[in-house]
Design a protein around this ligand. Structure first.
Ligand code: HEM
Length: 626
């Protein structure tokens, strides 16, 4: 009975809270206002009421199928013809939005519209116009990926930094910022390196077993572990089969050991649930795997309240999965918030901000103190964040910090495995690092690893995990000679721009060298043609965190292994939802490298490599060491 009650009450929340502004209210007012006038005119003309109702319903169906309001507002912008209800969803599903944008750019030029169901997206596939859009527009459109999340969930994700608007966004951005200062990043580096070392241990087992592995999944465990330790100070123990407790001799020590073992087991369970939920949430944003109710809401945005009501009563499997994933993530985030508040209340919490030994110089935010930092944030009226707002920030950190970086690293390994020349240069650079060949790579080493950085930069150019940035048009914006109606979703086509031969010679080739200082291509290139982390005030706040993690991990992995692609993976199949990820993963065979030979080579080459490194730091590839 209780289970049934829960099953019913959760979906019902779709209808009970419908306060979130999804951007389709003006259209709904026009459509239903028009229909009401139509019905009134029929009645005034003496049409029998039943016939008037039937004619009005017929008119509604015609309006839904022909989408006159949006087509009229966007009639001056070129693009594929409107297809009733579905728009270009079939192309999105067949090719992915990134490939479809490429096709449209070739046909319609750098500014065009496509139809995401019945919603028009204006797409900008030009570096300078894209820059203008990203710099001028501040808010993201809310309804771009999931118009049907239960409103309480939508409300809470709208409160996270990713979707927050205007003054709320500005307050949150300021509150997050210290967690990404250079000093804070340096503080996270040892934790990142030791998570990479755990990944190395796991891959050493794989190499010894001789089987292939899906490196995308392995790296996903690592990036989630980094989020756990850097943001929340929690070890999710994702690589360990069993949490281990130290042996204890007396009763008190034994109780403490049991306590610790219980805590570790809880964290491991929490970590696995969060990884599963995060993966589910990304999966549920793929157009092809989405609930039919979500597809219907994209096809008929004006009918969203009715579709939500139906979804509440008869949720389908995909929607149920999405709700379950959201709930798991939200429970974990609320748990972390509660733990932070409790630690602060009992005086157990360490200060979020660190200072040097004299207590004078700020040293950034201590690893694990992200929520502690937010707890101290105040808006202009001096109010702090509510539990729900705090949990929304934790959700964003977990989701944004996990899959994007895992995708970037997996693409880098795929690209290196497909390019013997790049692999040779990467290994040579890593072998030239001073010190023992099996020591952990440190944040200071990154200065000596320009080619490693270039590999990540180039992989992010060819395979940007976020293939587009999204903004909501405001203030009568005009781009490329086209007026963009307020409220329209404006997408900057990162993928198309980053593969455009007009900006990138041999655009489809993996050439990390192009990022090295002194390379002629770098000097000539347009800096706005590279935007894997977006641009403008809403550029990715975590980009230096992600780059530091990716560079440290790549270095650590290639110091120890090389990776060979399993057959049948070139070209790599990708899928696009919120992010672009490998369709089913990147399957590799892991081979151990001979460490002794490495050590000898390192000794012989250390001096020239160090001298060369100074001249080779990438210039407008994004620098993380301030
Ligand atoms: C390779 C990894 C990553 C990529 C490719 C990436 C990419 C992006 C992109 C394209 C945006 C939108 C920017 C725009 O609209 O102009 C974004 C926003 C954001 N990212 Fe990342 N990201 C990555 C890693 C991270 C990490 C590790 C974190 C957090 C720890 C993070 C947190 C965020 C947040 C909070 C926003 C929203 C910022 C705002 O609206 O003010 N990202 N990211």
């Amino acid at each position: 009975m209780a289970a049934l009650k829960k099953k019913l009450s959760r979906p019902l929340s779709f209808v009970l809270h419908s306060s979130v502004e999804m951007g389709d209210e003006p259209e709904r007012t026009v459509v239903f206002g028009g229909l009401a006038l139509f019905a009134a005119a029929l009645l005034l003309a003496g049409t029998p009421p039943l016939r008037a109702v039937l004619l009005t319903v017929l008119a509604l169906l015609v309006v839904l199928a022909t989408n006159p309001y949006q087509r009229w507002r966007h009639r001056h912008i070129p693009g594929p013809a409107y297809r009733p209800l579905f728009g270009n969803l079939p192309e999105f599903i067949a090719d992915g939005s990134h490939a479809f944008f490429d096709e449209c750019r070739a046909k319609y030029g750098p500014v065009f519209k496509v139809w995401f169901g019945s919603r028009p997206w204006v797409v900008i596939a030009d570096a300078d116009l894209g820059r203008r859009a990203n710099y001028k527009l501040l808010n993201r459109p809310l309804a771009i990926s999931n118009p049907l999340a239960p409103d309480h969930a939508m409300q809470s994700s709208a409160e996270g930094l990713l979707l927050a608007k205007d003054a709320t966004w500005s307050m949150l951005r300021k509150a997050w910022q210290p967690a990404f200062h250079s000093e804070s990043l340096a503080g996270y580096a040892p934790g990142m390196a030791s998570e990479a070392a755990r990944l190395v241990d796991r891959l050493a087992e794989v190499a010894a077993g001789g089987a292939a592995t899906n490196i995308w999944r392995d790296i996903g465990h690592m990036t989630m572990s980094v989020v756990g330790s850097a943001a929340y100070g929690v070890d999710f123990l994702l690589f360990d089969r069993q949490p281990t407790a130290p042996a204890a001799s007396d009763a008190a020590a034994s109780a403490a050991a049991k306590d610790r073992a219980d805590r570790e087991a809880k964290h491991q369970q929490q970590g696995r649930a969060v990884v599963h939920a995060a993966a589910e949430m990304f999966k549920c944003t793929e157009v092809s795997g989405a609930s039919r109710y979500i597809a219907a809401a994209h096809a008929m945005p004006v009918m969203r309240p009715l579709i939500s009501a139906l979804a509440s009563v008869f949720p389908d499997a995909a929607l149920t999965r999405l709700c379950n994933a959201r709930e798991t993530l939200s429970t974990a985030s609320h748990g972390l918030v509660a733990a932070t508040r409790a630690a602060v209340a009992t005086g157990e919490a360490q200060p979020a901000r660190r200072e040097d030994a004299d207590g004078k110089r700020p040293m950034g935010v201590a690893p694990g103190s992200f929520l502690g930092l937010l707890l101290a944030a105040r808006d202009t009226e001096g109010h702090g964040l509510s539990d729900r707002q705090m949990a929304a920030q934790a959700n964003v950190f977990t989701l944004a910090g996990y899959e994007t970086t895992a995708n970037a690293l997996s693409y880098a390994i795929y690209c290196v495995a497909s390019s013997p020349d790049a692999q040779a240069k990467l290994l040579a650079e890593l072998d030239a690092l001073p010190g023992a060949p099996d020591r952990e790579v440190t944040v200071e080493d990154l200065q000596l690893l320009p080619f490693t950085a270039a590999v990540i930069d180039e992989a992010l150019r060819l395979y940007p995990p976020a293939t587009r940035t999204a903004r909501e048009a405001r203030g009568g914006l005009s781009l490329g000679g086209y007026a963009i109606p307020d409220g329209t979703a404006v997408m900057v086509a990162t993928y198309s721009i980053q593969r455009d031969p007009a900006y990138w010679p041999k655009a489809d080739a993996f050439l990390p060298e192009r990022w090295l200082k002194g390379h002629e291509e770098l000097a000539a290139s347009n800096p706005h043609a590279y935007l894997p982390f977006g641009s403008g005030a809403r550029m990715c706040i975590g980009y230096r965190f992600a780059l530091q993690e990716a560079r440290l991990t790549l270095a650590q992995l290639y110091r120890r292994f090389t990776f060979g692609l399993e057959p049948g993976q070139v070209p790599l199949k990708v899928k696009t939802g919120i992010t672009m990820s490998p369709e089913s993963g990147v399957f590799v065979r892991v081979a151990e490298r001979p460490l002794r030979a490495q050590a000898a080579a390192a000794e012989a080459e250390a001096a020239p490599a160090e001298a060369g490194a100074e001249a080779a730091v990438p210039a407008h590839a994004i620098a993380i060491v301030a």
